[in-house]
Design a protein around this ligand. Structure first.
Ligand code: HEM
Length: 268
């Protein structure tokens, strides 16, 4: 009997150690960022729950441990911010400063242009829109392209710089890859755009509550998500966005229209 209890306790212990740390909402003195993932990591206690004094290494360790994303890439992003703001560690609200990582036309936050703003609350309207932009049960490359066009429209006439556009595509990719259903397709396998589905309910719960929606099937990627895995997603969103905006494929922008016509004629 005693040995049965000991085995049961061992099983319970190992199940608990495999699970996520419990989620706790931020208190009135806890700081949060414009990044839904960093907030989620703080809410689950993988980053300091008070959101203060965090180093690049802590960001990288937390993202690797819980999401299984390349820690070197995460450390580079964090170091980029630390260098630009001349700090060795930061509070999460520091990330809201425009012009380093924070930008206009975000998927979930209204535009912030005040450098001292600590308003990092997610916009329920934007999240609602992001969900509605897909007419299936999944957030997809096509739906994210539609959402990007919508949020850029909201910020118009202000436009994203080239650097900010790159961040915005990478963030849309982060959303899709970290909330994906099933395994993250390897970027080296040149997966089609249709290979990516992040279940709507999972994305909505994550973005609204800033917690990992395990009850909706969210789990850490088995394979470490690397930079190459972003390539097909970013390319897909970029191309889909051009197509939805009626611009056609990028190569057409570089080829004079009479040559495009000639190409079409010779195919006939
Ligand atoms: C697993 C790692 C990460 C994931 C999955 C992730 C995901 C995301 C997503 C989906 C957004 C877009 C939110 C929106 O458009 O409203 C975002 C925004 C942002 N992230 Fe992260 N992130 C990660 C790591 C980091 C790190 C390490 C930093 C910096 C230390 C960072 C800083 C930011 C900032 C400043 C924004 C706001 C950009 C804006 O103005 O829209 N993120 N992140």
């Amino acid at each position: 009997m005693a040995s049965k209890i000991a085995i049961a306790s061992l099983i319970a212990l190992s199940a608990a150690s495999e699970g996520l740390r419990p989620w706790e909402a931020p208190g009135p003195n806890d700081l949060r960022s414009p990044c839904p993932m960093l907030n989620t990591l703080a809410n689950h206690g993988y980053l300091p729950h008070d959101g203060r004094d965090i180093s690049a290494q802590q960001f990288a360790d937390a993202a690797f441990e819980v999401v299984n994303i390349d820690p070197m890439a995460i450390k580079q992003v964090a170091n980029y911010f630390l260098r630009a703001s001349n700090q060795t560690s930061i509070n999460l609200t520091d990330l809201n400063r425009p012009g380093i990582l924070q930008h206009i036309a975000s998927l979930t936050r209204d535009d912030v242009t005040d450098p001292d703003s600590v308003d990092v609350t997610a916009s329920q309207d934007r999240i609602h829109h992001l969900i509605k932009d897909s007419d299936t049960d999944c957030i997809t490359i096509a739906s994210l392209a539609k959402t990007r066009l919508h949020v850029e429209d909201l910020s118009s006439p202000k436009e994203l710089t080239l650097k900010e556009q790159t961040f915005a595509y990478a963030e849309a990719g982060l959303l899709l890859l970290t909330m994906i259903e099933g395994d993250v397709p390897s970027g080296w396998s040149f997966p089609p755009a249709t290979a990516y589905c992040a279940p709507k309910k999972r994305v909505e719960t994550w973005l609204t509550e800033e917690r990992f929606p395990e009850e909706l099937g969210w789990k850490k990627s088995e394979r470490t998500i690397g930079l190459m895995d972003f390539v097909p997603v970013i390319k897909g969103i970029y191309e889909e966005k051009r197509s939805q905006a009626g611009k056609g494929p990028l190569w057409k922008a570089f080829v004079p229209s009479f040559l495009q016509q000639a190409g079409t004629d010779s195919e006939l």
